[in-house]
Design a protein. Structure first.
Length: 202
């Protein structure tokens, strides 16, 4: 009952839009045609299954007529879908991220700033951040964990502390390691690093 209510609210929302937008939303013919072909049905077969005429199905597919909600429900049922699924539109995937999308955290104890340059990257396979270390700054020591970590030094130089070992990388150089030991970055003079963890761990 709740799902049905949401569908009708969505349809009411469509009809409340300006004429131009409403027409765009209500041009459902091509989508119905694509679903029919995907199901391997002819117009006659779809008409028989939904107890309509072939001529009516043809008009609907060409957006020459708009079916009632009840009729559209019958057509979609014959095509193996529902009103909710038919009108559902996924949010487009964001490809480019801007400065305004970034989230940052300043740590006064460790003298660093972390900028999450891909928001909500925790759900992805990898998580990139832009790390700024002030002179004498470091990241919080991280316990061993599964995965891999990569970094590219944009400015300054850093020390990669990996267990009892230390490695140095300066501007234009990169580092890559398996975080199977306690690890952190530090910098005597300050640095900016593009740091990527897979899977996300920041």
């Amino acid at each position: 009952m709740f799902v049905v209510s949401l569908v009708f609210l969505n349809i009411q929302f469509i009809f409340a839009k300006p004429n131009e937008e409403r027409e765009r939303y209500m041009k459902i013919g091509q989508k119905i045609k694509e679903l029919r072909i995907l199901n391997g049905l002819t117009q006659s077969e779809l008409a028989d299954r939904s107890e309509l005429t072939k001529g009516f199905i043809s008009q609907v597919e060409r957006d020459l007529t708009s079916p009632s909600i009840a009729t559209l429900t019958d057509i979609l049922q014959a095509l193996g879908t529902t009103l909710g699924e038919f009108f559902y539109e996924e949010e487009p995937e964001q490809i480019v991220f801007y400065q305004t999308d970034y989230f940052e955290k300043n740590d006064s104890e460790y003298n660093n700033k972390i900028e999450w340059i891909i928001p909500n990257a925790q759900k992805n396979e990898m998580e990139p951040i832009r790390l700024t270390l002030k002179p004498g700054g470091s990241t919080v020591p991280d316990n061993p964990h599964e995965g891999e970590e990569f970094g590219y030094v944009l400015s300054g130089s850093v020390t990669i502390n990996l267990g009892k070992q230390k490695f140095r990388a300066k501007k234009g150089e990169s580092f890559y390691y398996t975080p199977d030991k306690t690890h952190f970055l530090s910098s005597k003079s300050g640095a900016v690093v593009l740091w990527i963890s897979s899977p996300p761990s920041f």
